[in-house]
Ligand binder design. Structure first.
Ligand code: MLT
Length: 393
């Protein structure tokens, strides 16, 4: 008899954002026509910038003529895009070669797929509160998970310690959901810890473009020794509005080896087996993000979301609510007011103010008592949500 992967039985019965969407749908069915202020899932509200749209159109036209048509793309990514991304790092002082960069169909796909590189016996450290896919992907693979709680006392940025020992270490900075960002010194401690123990860090850099404090590291490869202990997974979703268009990239330095095996070589082998590359059209669109004009245009969109964050933070300040994040990250992480639990606050805000947020406890048990607002919404909605929050809190 075929045996299913029984680890699915160990998962929570529905994924966080799926669960929220179901609750919101139920509310809408009983309140038809009521407008909702969506600050739950971190989905962007601005369209792709002009430079990207132009490049996408040109790439579509390329596919219309025999001379410029592209069939299968190289599995690790088109050379023009690998080179544009590596150059983007080099401009910031991180010395990467084009071959260190892999183009992916998105960071969330990659965070699950990359686990193919690791033996099932490896344990995985998840610093909580955390993006729930880290835990779920490892539950599905049947791995032992080491949960490390963090809290307000460390600014949700814990230091490595004996209880954090694991083979795979997930680090997300700027963090989803707390918006906290590791300083150079703090991140160096994790790099040294990984090198000392032979662990590998999976560094989720999906929100690096939101860092405005130049003293904070945007890539783990800014740190000494990271090339021998880290893989960086990055996304265009939030940086350039690609949540629905899809593209990410992963950096696996050729120096990264264990038991004489190169992770870069293994990933080439994996991608050539499991993918046929990412669409030529989308890769062309993303290459435009890394031009000077593309960078200028995406910065305008990021500034719009940052203004949303400022408006929400001002409302929370006025209401005397504790929060972190928002400044170097597109998420605001707040303490639930009035002693409410995080799902209790979810229901209350939906009912009283038609505001949708994300309950903290679904990012790990230490997230109970906290709540997350995404700042990717529409400006007029954000202003009205802030007004309602001030009034209600
Ligand atoms: C979030 O809201 O945490 C993210 O948008 C989810 C994701 O990136 O998949």
């Amino acid at each position: 008899m075929t045996m299913p992967n029984m680890h699915y039985a160990d998962l929570k019965d529905s994924y966080l954002f799926f669960h929220i969407a179901r609750k919101v749908r139920a509310y809408q069915e009983t309140h038809p026509g009521v407008h909702l202020y969506r600050m739950g899932i971190g989905d962007v509200s601005l369209p792709l910038c002009d430079a990207v749209i132009k490049a996408l159109h040109e790439a579509v036209d390329d596919q219309a003529s025999k001379e410029s048509f592209h069939g299968y793309m190289p599995e690790p990514g088109a050379p023009f895009l690998r080179s544009a991304i590596a150059e983007h790092y080099r401009r910031r002082g991180v010395d990467l070669s084009d071959e260190d960069v892999f183009v992916s169909s998105g960071a969330s796909d990659e965070l699950g797929d990359i686990l193919d590189l690791f033996d099932r016996s490896n344990s995985a450290l998840v610093i909580e509160p955390a993006y729930p896919a880290y835990v779920d992907a490892n539950v599905i693979a049947g791995r032992r998970i080491v949960h490390l709680s963090s809290g307000r006392e460390s600014g949700f940025l814990p230091s490595p310690s004996a209880e954090a020992k694991a083979d795979i270490l997930y680090i997300c900075s700027p963090n989803n959901p707390t918006g906290a960002v590791f300083s150079r010194k703090q991140l160096q401690e994790w790099v040294d810890f990984a090198n000392k123990n032979g662990s590998i860090i999976l560094f989720d850099a999906a929100y690096e473009a939101f860092i405005e404090d130049s003293s904070l590291p945007r890539s783990i490869f800014e740190l000494e020794g990271a090339k021998t202990c880290a893989i960086e997974i990055c996304s265009l979703s939030k940086t350039a509005g690609f949540t629905g268009t899809r593209l990410g990239y992963t950096v696996i330095p050729r120096e990264l080896k264990r038991s004489n095996m190169s992770f870069n070589d293994m990933w080439i082998r994996n991608r050539t087996t499991k993918t046929n590359g990412v669409s030529y059209i989308i890769q062309k669109g993303v290459a435009a993000v890394f031009t000077q004009e593309g960078q200028r245009q995406i910065r305008e969109n990021i500034a719009y979301y940052k203004e949303n964050a400022r408006i929400l933070m001002e409302a929370l300040d006025a209401a005397g609510v504790w929060y972190c994040g928002g400044k170097n990250a597109p998420y605001i992480w707040l303490a639930c007011p009035k002693g409410m639990g995080s799902w209790e606050l979810f229901d209350w805000l939906l009912e009283k103010a038609q505001i949708v947020g994300t309950p903290g406890e679904d990012f790990g048990s230490c997230g109970e008592g906290y709540f997350r607002f995404s700042t990717f919404g529409d400006r007029a909605d954000t202003v009205e949500a802030a007004r309602r929050l001030k009034e209600l809190l």
